[in-house]
Ligand binder design. Structure first.
Ligand SMILES: *Cc1c(COP(=O)(O)O)cnc(C)c1O
Length: 226
C-alpha cells in the first residue's frame, strides 16, 4: 500500500482540526484525534503510527483483537473501544483496551469493572448518550444520566471521564446539548474532562462545542472498503 496519500490526509486533517481549535478560541492540547480504524488493514494503522498517531478506535472486538496481535510491537499504541458493547464480549474489552467510549448500561459497567485485570490501570470510560433520542440508537437518555454516572463512578476498576455521542444527521444542536449534560454532571460533583464527539463530517461543530476527542475514520484513511 502506498502511504503518501495517508500522510497527506493526516496532514490535511490535522490542519482542519487546528483551524477549528483556533476558530473556537481553544487550546490545541485539549483536542485529541482518535483514528477510527474499523475495516482498515493493519498496514494502514502501522503507517499512521509511524507518522505519530498513537490512539486508535475500533468497533468490533474480534477484528480489534486480531489487529492488536499483529501490532503488538507498537508499544505506545493506545486502543479505544467505540462500538456496540455486548455482554459476552466485556471480558475481552476489559483486558485489551485502555478506553471505552460506548458504555451505556450499568450491567456492562459492572462486568467491565469486575473483569478489569488488577495489573492494569483503571479502564477509562465515557458514557454514550442517545443525544438525538433516536429509537434505533444505543446510548442512555439524558434523563437517565445522573443515576448511571453515579453508579459507574462508584465502580472500583473504572474511571469515568465523560460523555460520548453520535448525533442524528441534521441535529445541529446536539453537541451543545451533550456539553450541557456534561456540565450538569460536573456541577453534581463528577470530575469529568472528556467529551467524545465529532466525526469526519462535523468535527468543526464538535470542536466549537467543546469536543476533547474527535473520532475520525474516512477523512483520515479514505473511504472504508467494507
Ligand atoms: C465509524 C465511526 C466513526 C468515524 O466515522 P467517519 O465518518 O468515518 O469519520 C466515529 N465514531 C464511531 C462510533 C464510529 O463507529
Amino acid at each position: 500500500m502506498n502511504d503518501t496519500p495517508l500522510a497527506e490526509r493526516q496532514a490535511r486533517l490535522q490542519q482542519r482540526i487546528l483551524a477549528a481549535v483556533h476558530a473556537a478560541g481553544r487550546r490545541p492540547e485539549d483536542v485529541h484525534l482518535l483514528a477510527v480504524s474499523k475495516h482498515q488493514p493493519v498496514d494502514s494503522l502501522r503507517a499512521l503510527y509511524t507518522l505519530g498517531q498513537r490512539h486508535f478506535g475500533e468497533n468490533y472486538v474480534q477484528e480489534a483483537l486480531a489487529k492488536q496481535q499483529e501490532l503488538s510491537d507498537l508499544s505506545e499504541l493506545v486502543w479505544h473501544f467505540i462500538g456496540p458493547l455486548q455482554r459476552n464480549k466485556t471480558a475481552w474489552v476489559a483486558e485489551h483496551f485502555s478506553w471505552v467510549h460506548s458504555l451505556d448500561r450499568l450491567i456492562l459497567a459492572q462486568r467491565l469493572s469486575d473483569q478489569r485485570g488488577e495489573d492494569l490501570p483503571p479502564l477509562q470510560v465515557c458514557l454514550q448518550v442517545n443525544i438525538s433520542a433516536e429509537a434505533s440508537k444505543s446510548g442512555c437518555s439524558v434523563a437517565a444520566l445522573p443515576e448511571l454516572a453515579a453508579a459507574v463512578a462508584a465502580l472500583p476498576r473504572l474511571q469515568l471521564r465523560g460523555l460520548m455521542a453520535l448525533p442524528a444527521p441534521g441535529d445541529d444542536d446536539a453537541f451543545r446539548r451533550l456539553a450541557a449534560a456534561q456540565a450538569e454532571l460536573v456541577h453534581c460533583g463528577h470530575a469529568l474532562d472528556t467529551l467524545s464527539m465529532g466525526m469526519s463530517d462535523d468535527l468543526e461543530a464538535a470542536i466549537a462545542a467543546g469536543a476533547n476527542w474527535v473520532r475520525i475514520g474516512s477523512a483520515l484513511f479514505g473511504p472504508r472498503k467494507a
